[in-house]
Design a protein around this ligand. Sequence first.
Ligand SMILES: Cc1cc2nc3c(=O)[nH]c(=O)nc-3n(C[C@H](O)[C@H](O)[C@H](O)COP(=O)(O)O)c2cc1C
Length: 233
Amino acid sequence: MKLFITALILMMGVSPESPAGNPQNDKVYILPAPSLKGTMSVEEALQQRRSRRQFLDRELSMEQLSQILWSAYGITVKRDDYPVLRGGLRTAPSAGALYPLEIYVMVGNVKGIEPGLYKYNSEDHSIRCTISEDLRKEASSAAYNQKMIKDAPAVLFYSAAYERCSKKYGERGKERYVCMDLGHSAENVYLQAEALHLGTCAVGAFSDEALKKLFQLPADEEPIYMMPIGYCK
Ligand SMILES: Cc1cc2nc3c(=O)[nH]c(=O)nc-3n(C[C@H](O)[C@H](O)[C@H](O)COP(=O)(O)O)c2cc1C
């Protein structure tokens, strides 16, 4: 109920009240439901897919961001009977359905969403603010000054909770499965971006330490990818 009220307040453009000592973590946006119909076939998206690195300073809509996050890790079959699934089966396959990835989005220029770092929650298709500051410039520096990170209006950031996988699959889970899971999710994002006439690029070159610090990551999460999203120049 509290989540719903906060989301409603945000939709109305009013700052939500935050509990004392926790000024940022209460900002939640429930994203619009994803559309299941597009204007481009999977085959066309595959044919056109490219890593795109030059972005316009043009605002994204909440619908576009919603669609991108859903393609990455959205729930497609609800399974409340299996709490381990944390909501259900998703758009991307995952070894043992353990879903070891966490997805964040750095919002810079998305209509109706205050700039900041947000964590995606697949279960209710929402984003929750973890840092209310536009971190794109600092993240670009941490990625050896790759300009696309500061230019794109939104940047996905993946972290990996390796233990979710290694608990069941040991070293194999850690060394292989997590990155395979990441590849599946990231390819979804590439294709979805293409189908929305947007662009993205997988970015694996960055300082892990710098990003961990910048994003104040929990101790059990490791940085693994960034994917800027935007209109291409
Ligand atoms: C694991 C991985 C890491 C990557 N890291 C970067 C990166 O840090 N910066 C960058 O510009 N491109 C990066 N790329 C994108 C590749 O350069 C790109 O996929 C490759 O040149 C092929 O081009 P295409 O994706 O347009 O087919 C990465 C791709 C992968 C799969």
